[in-house]
Design a protein around this ligand. Structure first.
Ligand code: FEO
Length: 392
């Protein structure tokens, strides 16, 4: 793909990765992704904003072939999918300076072994003149890592946002054309990497309120030429209370836990509580992360394996603990063959979750009417808690 014009002397560059199916060796990418870079040519100086994942460096370097000079490489985020090609760009343009935040400078030196004198740090709100175009750097930490920033191109009112507002989508469309598709991908991405930092992201959103933004140009996915809806979506994910929704990740070995989960799900629906079930043997964890953005309660279903929770359930609990969703209630249901410490072990794995633990339901062997009655009581409790909390 060749460079593409966004505005006069402002271009999309980068690479579309149609094939990639896993990010950070963890996160599924059902729709591929893109690594967007942007070229801003001022009347006096030229800046390249972000680069691409090194696996696709040749594409960016080919796009830059006709560019006579790059004076500044703006690094908005030190993670390698955006910064990893900076060394090659510096080889091609040895006089260029890397512009970034103070925290990113040390990360770039650690991760890419950049020379200290090749990196210039900018303060929050500082500007850089390219002649007839002005870049203003806005520190927006924790829109993945602690060093992240966004860049506002004042004359064209474009916000370059890197991971912030990004979506893992490979598409030949430069601008968002299918809002529903992008909403889902952006929510998934928010859930996977930004959800734990909601308090800081709320401040970042507030900070951006003072900028008139005509276009948001992230470093994954498509450009938002009508950015209002994605800003509103982020406000919802960050600030709105949880929904009247139970997220139920579970695993079952011989059917007992599955029977309990199915009974509980039906009981919750009967009580007007929405449920989303995730069978962990076939779950895309991005979908689970996305559901956790809204969950009012989390209920983990697990059999007992070697005296503890099934490893897949333990992994889901570990993930939920790391993502720190807004959910306010948590419980555990499951079965065991002869004994164990499933509840104690799982409860010990979620110290970061600010949740009230609701009475777990465990049964020996296949569930009977006594167990189903206990699950009905758990559903009663969840419904009551959600009503009292005002979850919609
Ligand atoms: Fe797209 Fe945090 O890197």
């Amino acid at each position: 793909m060749k460079k593409r014009r966004l505005k006069e002397k402002v271009f999309w560059m980068g690479a579309i990765d149609w094939d990639r199916r896993l990010f950070d060796s963890l996160v599924p990418l059902p729709d591929g992704t893109s690594y967007n870079a942007y070229l801003v040519e001022g009347s006096e100086k030229t800046a390249l904003l972000d680069t691409v994942d090194p696996v696709m460096a040749d594409i960016l370097m080919a796009q830059l072939q006709a560019t006579p000079t790059v004076d500044f490489i703006v690094c908005q985020h030190a993670e390698q999918d955006h910064s990893g090609t900076i060394p090659l760009v510096l080889e091609r343009f040895p006089g260029a300076k890397v512009i970034t935040t103070p925290k990113a400078k040390t990360l770039l030196m650690d991760h890419l072994h950049l020379a200290e004198d090749s990196v210039v740090t900018v303060a929050d709100g500082e500007t850089l003149s390219l002649g007839d175009k002005t870049l203003r750097f806005v520190h927006t930490p924790w829109v993945h890592w602690p060093e992240t920033m966004t860049t506002y191109l004042e004359e064209d009112r474009i916000l370059f946002s890197c991971d912030f507002f990004g979506a893992h989508i490979a598409s030949s469309d430069l601008y968002v054309t299918d809002q529903g598709r992008v909403y889902e991908a952006a929510k998934r991405y928010f859930g996977e990497i930004m959800m734990p930092f909601r308090a800081v992201i709320a401040k970042n959103l507030e900070k951006l309120d003072s900028y008139a933004v005509d276009m948001i140009a992230p470093s994954h996915g498509q450009v938002y030429d009508q950015p209002a809806w994605i800003l509103e979506a982020y406000r919802d994910w960050v600030l709105s209370p949880p929904r009247n929704l139970v997220v139920l990740p579970f695993v079952s070995m011989h059917g007992s836990t599955r029977a309990m989960v199915d009974h509980l799900a039906a009981a919750l629906v009967t009580r007007d509580v929405r449920v989303e079930l995730f069978n962990l043997t076939v779950t895309d964890i991005g979908k689970l992360a996305m559901a956790l953005v809204d969950a009012g309660s989390i209920i983990v279903g697990t059999p007992t394996v070697l005296a503890g929770p099934h490893p897949l359930a333990a992994s889901a609990a570990f993930l939920a603990n790391a993502l720190r969703p807004k959910a306010q209630y948590l419980s555990i249901v499951g079965s065991y063959g002869w004994g164990g410490k499933t509840v104690e072990t799982l409860a010990g794995m979620i110290p970061s979750l600010k949740v009230e633990i609701l009475e777990p339901v465990l049964c020996k062997g296949m569930p009977d009417q006594v167990v189903f009655a206990a699950l009905d009581r758990l559903a009663d409790t969840v419904a009551q808690k959600h009503r009292e909390s005002g979850f919609q």
